[in-house]
Design a protein around this ligand. Structure first.
Ligand code: S3P
Length: 175
């Protein structure tokens, strides 16, 4: 083998509050790998917060930027990558994720318990889609997204009742 493939070791997807960042960081730590979150990369690149991008430029423009950032990372970053919850719903991003899996990549879907995830997703400040009617919004998004997440994932871990350490262990057993 001349060189390792330039791609993430695993990509985490799932709803806001599922624990992608918390559990992804834990898995990266256990494997001695770097960790990157697509939302953070977008904020760095744009010099603007996620809520501000949504407010001033709108969701379609956010998804376009997110698509560029995610495709860049899928072709270059060799650690654990966590994606914003909505990213697999964008056609181009989803196609890039499907190619990544065809090339042997690992996509981990953290399937959250709605009650647990909704409580956690209230704590983050970068979630403009959940600002109003959080509960109904979360459930509607979940219904649209769960089939897509499930279809593209190579590993599915239900996080209900699991500590981050336990969930990380379950992820690694599935990888
Ligand atoms: C979004 C989730 C957020 C962020 C943006 C949109 C979504 O990321 O990308 O607010 O559509 O679910 P998290 O999943 O990390 O909360």
């Amino acid at each position: 083998r001349l060189s390792a493939p330039n791609r993430p070791v695993a990509v985490f997807i799932g709803m806001p509050g599922a624990g992608k960042t918390r559990i992804g960081t834990e898995v990266a730590h256990l494997l001695g790998l770097g960790f990157v979150d697509s939302d953070e990369q977008i904020e760095k690149r744009e010099h603007e917060s996620i809520p501000s991008i949504f407010a001033t430029r709108g969701e379609p423009e956010f998804r376009r930027i997110e698509n560029e950032v995610v495709e860049d990372l899928l072709g270059s970053f060799e650690g654990i990558l966590s994606l914003g919850g909505g990213s697999p719903m964008h056609e181009g991003t989803r196609a890039a994720l499907e190619r990544y899996v065809q090339d042997g990549g690992t996509i981990v879907y953290l399937r959250a318990d709605p009650e647990e995830a909704m409580v956690r997703s209230q704590h983050g400040g970068n979630r403009p889609l959940l600002a109003h009617d959080a509960r109904t919004r979360w459930m509607n998004l979940y219904k649209q997204r769960d089939p897509v997440y499930s279809r593209i994932a190579t590993v599915i871990v239900a996080t209900r009742g699991k500590t981050p350490a336990k969930a990380a262990k379950a992820v690694m057993e599935g990888m």
